[in-house]
Structures are given as C-alpha cells and as structure tokens.
Ligand binder design. Structure first.
Ligand code: NDP
Length: 448
C-alpha cells in the first residue's frame, strides 16, 4: 500500500537514505506513515510545525560496549543499546531484548512502535527500547548475572524512574530483571521503580507476568465480539512458547478456546486435545527445555521440526507471539485456506506487510501488535504507579484494570479508524489514535 501524501512519501525516502541498512525500521515507519496520511491531509500544521519529521527521528540513541567474563575466565564483548525515542507524553518506557539478532534497526523499530503503543494505553509513558546481541541461551546463571551487571554499569547513567524505565522483552525475563535492578540499586544507592517486571518481593506488580498474553486475548475478545464471534469452541494456534505465548494460551483457554499448537525457534508441537499448559510451563518456565520435550512427555502430541509449519495447522484464531516477520504471505494464505477468521499479533510486527495485506483483503479480523500487545506495557505503567505510591494492588485489581484498558483501547482504535473513513481497519485506527496524543503534545511544546 502506498502513502497517500506527497510530503510523507518524501519523508519516507529521507528515512531510508539516512539509514539505508535498517529494513525493520523502514518497515515500521512505512506502515505508520501510510495510516497517518488521512490525518496529515486534514491537519497540514503537523507537517509545517515539523512534527512528522521529529516523529521518525529518535530523541537519543545510546550504544555501548558490554564486556563480561565467561566461566572460563575469558573476556567476551557484546554491544548494548538504548533508543530513547519519544518522551512527549511521559518518561521513555519499553523493554530490553537480549538476542543475537539485535541491532540498531531492530531496536529503532521497536522504540518507534512503542511510542504509539504506549500512547494508546492512555497512560503517561513515552517510547523507548533497548537490548543487546547477547544470547542468554546456553549461558550459565553466573554468566547471565555478570552480563546483566556489566550492561547496567553503563545503562544506569541514562535511566531513572522519571526519565526512562526499561522492562523485559525477548531473552529478558524475571531473572535478568532481578540482576539488572540489583546492579542499579548498588550503583545509585536508591530503591526506585526504575525497571518494571520486577519480582514480587522487591516492587513487582501482580499480573505483570500474565499481562501481555492476557491483554492480547482481552483485545481479541473485544474484536471478536464486535463481529459476533468469540473464542468459545474455536481451535487456536499460538506461535512462541515464551512469556507472551504462555499467558495468551492460558487466557485463550479460559475464554473457551482450544490451543492446539505452540512452537519455539526449532519446531512446533501439535496437540489435538489442547495444550496441557501446566506441562508446557514446567518445560519452558521451570526447566527451560526445548519444546520438543512436550511431545516426548504428552501422549498423543506431535513434534514437527521447523517453526513456520505451525501456520499450516488448521485453526479459527491465530496468535503470532514469537518474533518479528515470523508470519509471511504464504503462511497467511495457508491460514485463510484452512478457515482462520482472526489473526491477532502478540509479538511485535510478527506479520510481514504482505501477510497483513492478504489477511485484510480476505476480510479476516486483524488486530495489530501496537494495540493488541499493549497489555504488558500498560501493567508496567501500573507497576510504576504502585512503586510511586509504595503500595501494591491485588491480582484481581490489576487484572480488572488491564481488562478496562484493553477494552477502551479497542474502542479508541476502532473509533479512530471510523472517524477517518477506515472503519474496521484496526491497523490504521491504532496508528491514528496513538499518534494524535503524541503529536498534540509535541505541538504544545513548540519546536524542541
Ligand atoms: P520470550 O523470550 O519469553 O519468548 C520468545 C519466544 O519466541 C520463544 O518461545 C522463542 O523460542 C520464540 N522465538 C524467538 N525467535 C523465534 C523465531 N525466529 N522463530 C520462531 N520462534 C521464535 O519473549 P516474549 O514472549 O517476552 O516476547 C515475544 C514477542 O512479544 C516479542 O516480539 C516481544 O517484543 C513481544 N512483546 C513482549 C512483551 C512482554 O511483556 N514480554 C510485551 C509486548 C510485546 P526460543 O526459545 O527457541 O528462542
């Protein structure tokens, strides 16, 4: 789909020329600018006042060396990043990703997306993202600890509870957040809510672990109900078996769906009787084993090598919850052929642009990540509120706030799409609704 505004087209060209080797960032910017064309056509001051040019340029990029010692006493060096993308509506907020694929393009795309997502939650948080090309897989506990400590030895200079509040993402779970928070506390001699996703004994919020997966299902449920459908009795396929996927599986099952397949980066399991979540959690959360072990332990379940085959499994609802660009055009066509009627993105940008086009053209319901996976950051913001108050809410209290946030988020994205003549297009609706609050704040500040 092309961008229906000449100025935005030129801006897109400039973004590409400035950083030609950042395909993921270009992909994310193109999608947003395409959606924003009708808004900018109606409000030319957004171009004249420089808002659009500022929007696609991070406020700050911090890139640093992370030296650490492995168990053999050798020095290893990784690269760390923090992209502070936009603080128009609050302190930068967004996760840290530890994965060998991490580079500046990926962190910029994630930070850009985060800006709109955070705005959509209705909470006062700006957009940021960070991480490292460090791979926690196969490392010992002490190696992970030493890496996290070294990472924080540099990062602590740039973050703070009113400045920038990182959280987890791929490869950064409760264990890593514990090491990072511990090091920040040592360095600053402060006990503040500078990271979210913390353990419950030191300032974490109940329901944070569940929030992204639960929020995804709450959003999807709203979308399904508006179309006269529900999870009830429907086969669901969920890619990934990490934090988002596990809790999406839990909530989808509670809402009456049957999750029949999940994967990791090596392969997928198919269980016609529905995934046994307790067993899956034991394998992935407790023992940290490969997903193939599920099929070894669960009678009747099958393991298939290669994860992209998961989209060939017939289902009514598909929830891609692993990583970016994991669901391509061919996979989208297979889903449609097999009767899928709804796709909701739990991971960030898991569907390629071609896949989204095919899904939308076939009339499937489609929930974009920016809106559908905002539950994690929403509860992170609630964790910040609880830390500021030095008070904790119950699981039920946080979960009910999450449900309200995701319901309002669906309604706002839906209304924004309708207002600009794009009823039913939640991609456009989420981009527009997230953008307007950020843009109006930027306009209010004048050129900065
Ligand atoms: P985890 O590290 O907990 O889990 C990631 C899962 O995806 C693992 O099962 C991993 O398998 C799998 N995976 C990774 N790369 C690939 C690949 N190339 N192909 C197939 N499977 C793959 O991460 P999260 O669950 O936290 O995050 C998943 C996605 O959700 C990411 O896009 C993240 O940005 C997004 N997200 C996460 C939020 C959160 O609160 N955690 C909030 C909002 C978005 P393996 O173990 O083999 O690597």
């Amino acid at each position: 789909m092309s961008i229906q505004n000449e100025y935005l087209n030129g801006l897109m060209e400039r973004v590409i020329q400035r950083d030609p080797s950042e395909p993921e960032f270009h992909q994310a910017v193109r999608e947003v600018l395409t959606s924003l064309a009708p808004v900018v056509n109606a409000r030319p001051e957004l171009i004249e006042e420089g808002v659009m040019d500022c929007l696609v340029e991070p406020e700050r990029i911090i890139k640093f060396r992370v030296p650490w010692e492995d168990d053999q006493g050798r020095v290893q060096v990784n690269r760390g990043y923090r992209v502070q993308f936009n603080s128009a509506i609050g302190p930068y907020k967004g996760g840290l990703r530890f994965h060998p694929s991490v580079n500046e393009s990926i962190i910029k795309f994630l930070g850009f997306e985060q800006t709109f997502k955070n705005s959509l939650t209705g909470l006062p948080i700006g957009g940021g993202k960070g991480g490292s090309d460090f791979d926690p897989k196969g490392k010992s506990e002490s190696e992970v600890m030493r890496f996290c400590q070294s990472f924080m030895n540099e990062l602590f200079k740039y973050i703070g509870p009113d400045t920038d509040v990182p959280a987890g993402d791929i490869g950064v779970g409760a264990r890593e957040i514990g090491y990072l928070f511990g090091q920040y506390k040592r360095l600053r001699n402060e006990f503040t809510g500078v990271l979210t996703g913390k353990g419950l004994t030191y300032g974490g919020s109940l329901a944070r672990k569940e929030a992204t997966g639960y929020g995804l299902c709450y959003f999807t449920d709203n979308m399904l109900r508006a179309a006269g459908r529900s999870f009830e009795g429907v086969d669901v396929v969920i890619s990934g078996s990490g934090n988002v996927a596990l809790y999406a599986c839990e909530k989808a099952t509670q809402l009456g769906g049957k999750v029949v397949a999940m994967c990791d980066s090596n392969g997928y399991v198919y269980d016609k009787d529905g995934i046994d979540l307790a067993l899956m959690k034991q394998i992935k959360e407790v023992e940290r084993l490969r997903i193939r072990v599920y099929a070894e332990r669960k009678p009747g379940a099958e393991y298939h090598e290669g994860c992209s085959g998961i989209w060939q499994v017939p289902c009514g609802i598909a929830l891609p919850c692993a990583t970016q660009n994991e669901l391509n055009e061919g996979s989208a066509k297979a889903l449609i052929r097999n009767g899928c009627f709804a796709v909701a993105e739990g991971a960030n940008m898991p569907c390629t642009p071609e896949a989204v086009e095919v899904i939308q053209a076939a009339g499937l319901l489609f929930a974009p990540a920016k809106a559908a996976n905002a539950g994690g950051v929403a509860v992170s913001a609630l964790e910040m509120s609880q830390n500021s108050m030095r008070f904790s809410w119950t699981f039920e209290e946080v979960d009910s706030r999450l449900l309200t946030i995701m319901t309002e988020l669906y309604q706002n994205a839906s209304a924004a799409a309708a207002q600009y003549g794009l009823a039913g297009n939640l991609v456009a609706g989420a981009n527009i609704a997230g953008f307007l609050k950020v843009a109006d704040s930027m306009l209010a500040y004048g050129l900065v």
